[in-house]
Design a protein around this ligand. Structure first.
Ligand code: F6P
Length: 559
C-alpha cells in the first residue's frame, strides 16, 4: 500500500465512503430487493453472501478498480506460473500445484514439478493404505491405533484443524493427536493416554530445525525407545520435511521420509505431505476429494471475472472494512463445532502472511493492513464477546461460517436436526442483528408495550439500542466434507493473497518470527547458568533470576 493510497482509485473510494457513510444497511436492503442476489456468489455447495456489508454496487466496482490498479491479475498469473513472488527468500509460492489433479503442467524455474508431486502422492497413498489396513505394524507386531503429529504452526494447525473438521470421515479405531506446544504438558497429556506399541509419530517440520518440534520429537523418541528399544524407532516414526539430512540425523530412515519443496510455505502446506495425518485418518480417496475442492477454488479464482470472484470479493470487502471504515480486527465465527480450530488456522494464514510493516520494495506501508483475527465456534461466542461486536464503539466485522447439514453419530437424526436448526437460527439471527440493529424508536415502543414509561423508560432506553450497520459475511456450506473444506481453505488462502497484493506485501515470508526465536536461543542457556544474567533489560534479567531462584529452591523434584 506504499503508494496505492495516493492513487485516484484510492481517493475515489475515500470520497465514496464519505458520500455513503450516512446510509444505513437497512436502507440499502429496503432500496434493493435483489441485494442478496447481487451480492452473493456460489460454487459447488459453497455460498458466499456478502450482502450484509455497508457497500453498494459502486463501492464494489471502485474496489475492483483498485485491485486492477494494484496489478492483481498480473500477480495472480505470476503466482500460478511459479515465479519467485516470495522475493525476500527468492521462492515461488506454488501451493496450487499440490492440488492440481488435472494433469496440466506447473513449473518452478522452468521445471515441471508435477511428476515429483504425483510421486509423493503415491508414497502418501501407499503409507495410508498400509497403516489403515494394519499391514504397517509396530515393533511388537501390533497394528497402529494412534497417530501423533508433532509439529507447530503450518506443520500443525492445518492438519489438526482438518482432522477435527472431518472426524466424521475418520477411520474407526484410528485416532489422530496433535502435539505442538513445547510445554511438556502437551506431549505428556497425549502420551499418558497412549500405548507405545500401537502409536506412530509423524514428525512434521519443513525445516526440521524448529526448536519446539525437535524437543517434542526427541522426548517422544525417548518414550518409544524406553519401552520398545532403539530398533522400534523405524516402526514408530516417520517424518515430513524438506530437510532430509536433518531427518536422517534424527534417526529416521530414508524410506520413512515424506518430502515437499521450498516453494510450499508452511502455512500453505496442508496440501503436501504435511497433510499425512489427515490423509491417513480420512483415507487417500477422501484426501484427493479435499485436494479437488481446493483445485475447484483455484480454477474459480483464475477464471471468474474479478466482479464475480469469491476470493477477490472476500478480500476486497476486508479492504473496505479495514482501510476505509477503520476496522482493525476480524471475528471468524464458525457455527460448527467441527470447525472449532478454523479461527486458529486462519490466524496463522492471514496474520503471518500479511502482518508486515513494509511493502515488497521495503518502503513503509502507509496504513494499517492485516486485522487481528480471533474467533470461537458459535454459539459459544454469543455468550462471550458478541456483546462488544454488537454495541462497542469499534467496528468488528464478522465472517460467519455455517454448515447446513449435520453429521450423525450417537444422537438420532431427529435430535441432530433439532440442534442444527437452533445453531443455524442463531447464526442467521446474529448477522441480521448486526445489520439491522435496533433503533431508539423500536426500543421505546418495545418498552412501552412492556408497561414502562417516564424516567424508568428513559433510563433503560439507551442501553437497549443497537446501532446496527455492522459488517458481516456469511459462508454457507451445504455439508462439511473433504471437498467443501478444501474449497473453504483455498478461498481464504486466495483472499489473503488478494489483500497482500493490494497492500503491496510479500505474503509468503515471515521474518517477524525470527527475533523471538533468536532471543529464546540466547536466554535458554542463561536459565541453567550459575552466573547472574546481565545481558538484557532489567525486566528480563529479573525474570530470569526469579525463575532460576525458584528452581534452585525446588531442585529436588528434578533428580
Ligand atoms: O512460525 C514460524 C514458522 O516458520 C511458520 O511459518 C511455520 O509454519 C512454523 O514456524 C513451523 O516451521 P517448520 O515446519 O519448519 O517446523
Amino acid at each position: 500500500m506504499a503508494s496505492l493510497s495516493k492513487t485516484s482509485q484510492w481517493q475515489a473510494l475515500s470520497a465514496h465512503r464519505d458520500e455513503i457513510s450516512a446510509v444505513h444497511m437497512r436502507d440499502l436492503f429496503d432500496r434493493e430487493p435483489e441485494r442478496f442476489k447481487n451480492f452473493s456468489l456460489e460454487l459447488d455447495g459453497l455460498l458466499f453472501d456478502y450482502s450484509k456489508n455497508p457497500v453498494t454496487g459502486q463501492t464494489l466496482s471502485l474496489l475492483v478498480d483498485l485491485a486492477r490498479t494494484a496489478g492483481l491479475e498480473g500477480w495472480r498469473e505470476r503466482m500460478f506460473a511459479g515465479e519467485a513472488i516470495n522475493t525476500t527468500e527468492n521462492r515461488a509460492a506454488l501451493h496450487p500445484a499440490l492440488r492440481n489433479r488435472s494433469g496440466k503442467p506447473f513449473t518452478v524455474a522452468g521445471k515441471d514439478v508435477m511428476s515429483e508431486i504425483n510421486r509423493e502422492l503415491d508414497n502418501i497413498r501407499a503409507f495410508t493404505v498400509s497403516v489403515r489396513s494394519g499391514i504397517w505394524k509396530g515393533a511388537n507386531g501390533q497394528p497402529i491405533c494412534d497417530i501423533v503429529n508433532i509439529g507447530i504452526g503450518g506443520s500443525d494447525l492445518g492438519p489438526g484443524m482438518a482432522c477435527q473438521a472431518l472426524a466424521h470421515y475418520g477411520k474407526a479405531g484410528l485416532d489422530c493427536h496433535f502435539v505442538s506446544n513445547v510445554d511438556g504438558a502437551h506431549l505428556d497429556g497425549v502420551l499418558a493416554r497412549l500405548n507405545p506399541q500401537t502409536t506412530l509419530f509423524i514428525i512434521a517440520s519443513k525445516t526440521f530445525t524448529t526448536h519446539e518440534t525437535m524437543l517434542n520429537a526427541n522426548s517422544a523418541r525417548d518414550w518409544i525407545v524406553t519401552s520398545l528399544g532403539e530398533d522400534a524407532v523405524e516402526k514408530h516414526f516417520v517424518a515430513v520435511s524438506t530437510n532430509r539430512e536433518k531427518v536422517a540425523e534424527f534417526g529416521i530412515s530414508a524410506s520413512n521420509i515424506f518430502g515437499f519443496w521450498d516453494w510450499v510455505g508452511g502455512r500453505y502446506s496442508i496440501w503436501s505431505a504435511i497433510g499425512l495425518s489427515l490423509a491417513t485418518y480420512i483415507g487417500m480417496d477422501k484426501f484427493e476429494d479435499f485436494l479437488a475442492g481446493a483445485e475447484a477454488m483455484d480454477n474459480h479464482f483464475i477464471q471468474a471475472p474479478l466482479e464475480r470472484n469469491m476470493p477477490v470479493m472476500l478480500g476486497l470487502i476486508g479492504i473496505w472494512n479495514n482501510n476505509f471504515l477503520g476496522a482493525s480486527s476480524l471475528a471468524i465465527l464458525p457455527y460448527s463445532q467441527a470447525l472449532a480450530r478454523f479461527p486458529a488456522y486462519l490466524q496463522q494464514l492471514e496474520m503471518e502472511s500479511n502482518g508486515k510493516a513494509v511493502a515488497r520494495d521495503g518502503t513503509a506501508l502507509d496504513g494499517h493492513c492485516v486485522p487481528t483475527l480471533f474467533g470461537e465456534p458459535g454459539t459459544n461466542g454469543q455468550h462471550a464477546f458478541m456483546q462488544a461486536i454488537h454495541q462497542a464503539e469499534r467496528l468488528i466485522p464478522v465472517d460467519f461460517i455455517v454448515v447446513a447439514e449435520a453429521h450423525e453419530n450417537v444422537l438420532t437424526p431427529h435430535q441432530h436436526f433439532q440442534h442444527q436448526q437452533v445453531l443455524v437460527a442463531n447464526a442467521f439471527a446474529q448477522s441480521e442483528a448486526l445489520m439491522r440493529g435496533k433503533t431508539a424508536r423500536e426500543v421505546r415502543s418495545e418498552l412501552e408495550a412492556q408497561g414502562l414509561c417516564g424516567s424508568e423508560l428513559e433510563k433503560l432506553l439507551p442501553h437497549k439500542v443497537f446501532p446496527g450497520n455492522r459488517p458481516s459475511n456469511t459462508i454457507l456450506l451445504e455439508r462439511l466434507e473433504p471437498r467443501t473444506l478444501g474449497m473453504l481453505i483455498a478461498l481464504y488462502e486466495h483472499k489473503t493473497f488478494v489483500q497482500g497484493i493490494i497492500w503491496g506485501i510479500n505474503s509468503f515470508d515471515q521474518w517477524g518470527v525470527e527475533l523471538g526465536k533468536h532471543l529464546a536461543a540466547e536466554i535458554l542457556p542463561e536459565l541453567s547458568s550459575d552466573a547472574a544474567s546481565h545481558n538484557h533489560n532489567s525486566s528480563t534479567n529479573a525474570l530470569i533470576e526469579r525463575f532460576k531462584a525458584y528452581h534452585r529452591d525446588n531442585s529436588s523434584h528434578r533428580t
